[in-house]
Write a protein of this length. Structure first.
Length: 146
């Protein structure tokens, strides 16, 4: 009995770490695509980086510095709820992963409400998509057998 619990805990931890890596890879790829598209379509790029691109760089710097602290709690809550409730649905893990990843820019805005405007829709889509991917990876590794 105890060995099954230890084995399950090991699978959950491995699934969480691999999902976090997948989320980071998706954020890096999709964010890089968004930045390059913004630069290519901006006529202001000729004189230097436009302000919108600098905002995106600021959001990614925040993600790299604060990402583990801001998303670990929502992700852990989603994982614990899925494990305790024995939820095996892929839809649950996709939505929970997207919500946990969306917590990054939304918590940033909430903590710096006086200084920062709401993130753009495209930035929110990048974070949500990365969270959906992370939820899928977690479901493949640990969620199917919750």
């Amino acid at each position: 009995m105890i060995w099954r619990l230890i084995g399950r805990l090991f699978v959950v931890v491995i699934g969480f770490f691999l999902a976090a890596i997948a989320c980071f890879m998706l954020l890096t790829y999709l964010g890089g695509q968004m930045i390059s598209n913004e630069m290519a379509s901006s006529p202001e790029f000729q004189g230097g980086l436009p302000e919108q691109v600098m905002d995106v760089f600021g959001a990614f710097a925040f993600m790299l510095a604060i990402y583990p602290a801001t998303t670990i709690l929502p992700a852990i809550v989603a994982i614990v709820a899925g494990e305790v409730g024995r939820i095996r649905s892929i839809l649950y893990y996709l939505v929970a992963g997207g919500a946990a990843s969306l917590a990054i820019p939304l918590l940033y805005v909430a903590t710096n409400a006086a200084d920062v405007d709401m993130p753009t829709q495209s930035l929110l889509m990048v974070f949500a998509t990365a969270g959906f991917g992370a939820g899928f990876v977690y479901w493949l590794i640990a969620g199917r057998t919750a």
